[in-house]
Design a protein around this ligand. Structure first.
Ligand code: CDP
Ligand code: MG
Length: 140
């Protein structure tokens, strides 16, 4: 069932670089409503659990170190067709391949440090939202 919600994180290097506001502006201007939002420091264990699907990939260790290297901003976003539209707004994983005008094209510094996360399915959006937020942290 489509929920019209997706989950995002502004990743540590983007928060550290001071682009949280600019990225949030692009999200709002892209038509997304923020339903939940918080600044959060992930432990290595939390980052490892969040990205457990990538456990066997060669970049997993670096990804866990990176995602726990500083605070992230987690958000639940709402829009018609949220998951696909948000993936379009952020662009390809590698900023070198991301389309002009996308968040990753503008703000990602590398394929690893690529500024933002975006859920890849309605099912994962729900799982990832529940990983970061309790029900009372989400506005109706
Ligand atoms: O984030 P996205 O869904 O676009 O990509 P992914 O394939 O699900 O990978 C998750 C994250 O792992 C990426 O956003 C990158 O931060 C990192 N990654 C990496 O460091 N090197 C790769 N070759 C692929 C992904
Ligand atoms: Mg992914």
């Amino acid at each position: 069932m489509a929920t019209n919600r997706t989950f995002t994180m502004i990743k540590p290097e983007a928060v550290a670089n001071g682009t949280t506001g600019k990225i949030t502006d692009m999200i709002i201007e892209g038509g997304f409503k923020i339903k939940a939002m918080k600044l959060k420091q992930l432990s290595k264990e939390e980052a490892g659990e969040f990205y457990a699907v990538h456990k066997e990939r060669p970049f997993y260790g670096e990804l866990v170190d990176y995602m726990s290297s500083g605070p992230i901003v987690a958000m639940i976003l709402e829009k018609d067709n949220a998951v696909a539209d948000f993936r379009a707004l952020i662009g390809a994983t590698d900023p070198a391949e991301a389309a002009e005008g996308t968040i990753r094209k503008k703000y990602a510094t590398s394929k690893a440090e690529n500024a933002v996360h975006g859920s890849d399915s309605d099912e994962n959006a729900e799982i990832e939202s529940n990983f970061h937020f309790d029900a009372e942290e989400v506005v109706g």
